[in-house]
Ligand binder design. Sequence first.
Ligand code: BGC
Length: 390
Amino acid sequence: MKWMIASAPWVLAAAISGPALAADNPASMTDAVKTSVFGTLPDGREARLYRFSNAHGVEMAVTNYGGIIVSLRTPDSDGDVDDIVLGFDSLDGYLSRAYQTSNPYFGALIGRYGNRIAGGEFTLDGKTYTLAKNNGPNHLHGGNKGFNQVLWDAKPFSNDTGTGVILSYTSADGEEGYPGKMDVTVTYTLSDQDTLSVEYNATTTKATPVNLTQHSYFNLEGEGSGSILDHRLMINADAFTPVDKTLIPTGEIRPVKGTPFDFREATAIGKRINDDNTQLEYGPGYDHNFVLNRPDGSDGELVLAARVTEPDSGRILEIATTEPGIQFYSGNFLDGTLTGKSGRAYGRRNGFALESQHFPDSPNQKDFPSTILEPGDTYHTRTVYTFSAR
Ligand code: BGC
């Protein structure tokens, strides 16, 4: 059974001109979201699980611990539903690993700053701020206790845009070394058009870097089903930001043309991953930010960033974003030590992440688009995932 054909122009049209955003139009039928206890945190607070679905059998579960997408079930080209994101079936799975440096951030919201800040340091308005070096010499994904490890307030909703949950969190002034008290809201909306919209809003009391993203690892054949190297990937980017051996951008914007980073035509992820290439050696594999192609004047609007097709299941994932970049991470550091929901170990490159974002280390890179949020301004970004199969 063919249940939907991918159509990128539709994604963009509907997503841009779509109905009022969920956050503007809150709860009407909250019984569309089933709520249960997911587990208890070491400090005694309860994490909840929110489950909701759409008219075509797409089902998802989100916990307010870390804003983690715990499961995302979508039909394949025969109509068979599988969970396409890596993760654990209990809070303990996420907690027991949360404080290790090998924490893979399965499904989590990332903040305040997605990806790396060189040397765990940046200077803003003449003052130098020191952050945790939780990834070799660098700061990664918000530090020792990023937004992936905090308990968010959650409000389930259902309205004419879809069904989902509004998560909010107040990050204290100085938390993880960042300036300013920051109020953050992230809204997950699953629609009957088979889209998942993730909308981020934030305000601050002092200028601060902000770069929020979602860190789901996908395997479109179903989590636990092995390698993702056969997935075909298209990234709408003429350039990427090469890195040094600690994965900090050098500042160069390098054309992808003639390199293993050219995904402008859909190409199997594994086709060139072992090529003799210094950037792939540093990865090791793909772990790079791509500079998305964006028509002049479309800043802040959704553009198609990536499309991934899995040949056996026929599943297709499309990602559109208002962000200037996307991090393509080919799951290089998964090593078989974590066992996921289906009881199968997650080996190297058994999942991939495509994280919409501003470029890594922007606070230290004067030529990259700024990630500084000023008091009085509102941070607002949006990323839309569209699921289909053929
Ligand atoms: C980073 C990787 C990192 C992974 C999990 C990705 O966003 O780019 O280097 O290993 O997250 O932490």
